[in-house]
Write a protein that binds this ligand. Structure first.
Ligand code: BMA
Length: 307
């Protein structure tokens, strides 16, 4: 099966009259709350630093944006940008996972070609506009694509994260301490399976279903084409992968997915379910935001299949 693109795409474009979202808007988090879709999206402007903008919508298609970003860098460890948010609501509090891109590596941080650092971070909010930083998952290693489950499991917060090239799971009592003994790899690239044979990373907040946690994840191949796929994780122990179909659910095809700031990228951190329909919002070519949907039943049926 494939996700169906909405006819009014892309749903969000850069704003050339702005200084902070001039060039790219992409990789959003979206939550559905009190009858509205709320989007926190990554924006790059004249200085190429990523900040998060806020937009909201009644129909999930036409979004109204705030004039200024709601979350911006504040230290040397995120000076180059706040990237790729995902938002889970747990007991009325919104928890955001995001990647802090710093201009200074932590001591011992593996050197990158750009000389900075990435840190998987947590923040929280009760109104989706004012965010308070909680702290990191880990520091000093290449780790991103972390996304919280929308409820505690076995009494603990559970997050997916990515130690290349695998998706890992981690557990915490309080979101502050993430013991290494509670971390484990749960799935990786599949050698020989063309579209997800190089790297994988978690997508939006896992969706709870009778058949398990439905996870939409991204992967790229040796041509650096980013696609989305699904898998099902055990409800009580999400480190157990119940099933993972062979094929993807969407790949770059439209011109705005094929060409942008980084070509051939579909990268999603948002999969909201409203009235049985899954709304997948994704960054396309690191330049604009697209929307594609599927019925939850169809996605689960596919997730249970060989695919
Ligand atoms: C990943 C992330 C995303 C980005 C993607 C494609 O590593 O950094 O922010 O969308 O690369 O460029």
């Amino acid at each position: 099966m494939e996700l169906i693109r909405h006819s009014t795409n892309p749903v969000l474009l850069p704003d050339p009259t702005s200084t902070w979202e001039t060039y790219n808007v992409f990789n959003p988090a979206v939550v559905y709350h009190q009858g509205e879709f709320h989007m926190l999206y990554r924006a790059q402007g004249l200085d190429w630093v990523s900040r998060l903008g806020y937009a909201h919508s009644k129909d999930g298609i036409h979004f109204e944006r705030d004039p200024q970003p709601v979350f911006a860098p504040h230290s040397q460890y995120d000076a180059r940008g706040i990237e790729d948010p995902r938002i889970a609501e747990i007991n009325g509090v919104f928890y955001m996972t995001y990647t802090a891109y710093g201009n200074q590596p932590y001591p011992g941080y593996p050197s990158t070609h750009l000389g900075g650092s990435v840190t998987p971070m947590f923040a929280k909010s009760t109104n989706l506009r004012d965010w308070e930083r909680i702290g990191p998952l880990v520091v000093g290693e290449d780790n991103k694509d972390h996304v919280l489950f929308p409820e505690k499991i076995g009494g603990k917060f559970v997050t997916l994260h990515r130690r290349p090239p695998h998706v890992w799971l981690a557990r915490s009592e309080d979101l502050l301490s993430w013991p290494e003994e509670e971390m484990q790899p749960i799935f990786g690239p599949r050698p020989g399976n063309d579209w997800d044979e190089n790297r994988v990373g978690g997508g939006g907040v896992p969706i709870k279903t009778e058949n398990g946690w439905l996870l939409i994840y991204h992967a790229y191949d040796y041509d650096h084409i980013y696609r989305l796929g699904v898998c099902l994780l055990d409800l009580d122990d999400p480190s157990v992968v119940i099933n993972r179909p062979r094929s993807f659910i969407i790949e770059p095809r439209e011109i705005w997915e094929l060409r942008g700031d980084v070509p051939t990228v579909i990268f999603a951190g948002a999969n909201v379910v409203v009235d049985g329909k899954v709304y997948v919002y994704y960054g396309a070519a690191d330049h604009v935001i697209g929307l594609a949907t599927a019925s939850l039943d169809d996605l689960v049926e596919f997730a249970l299949s060989e695919g």
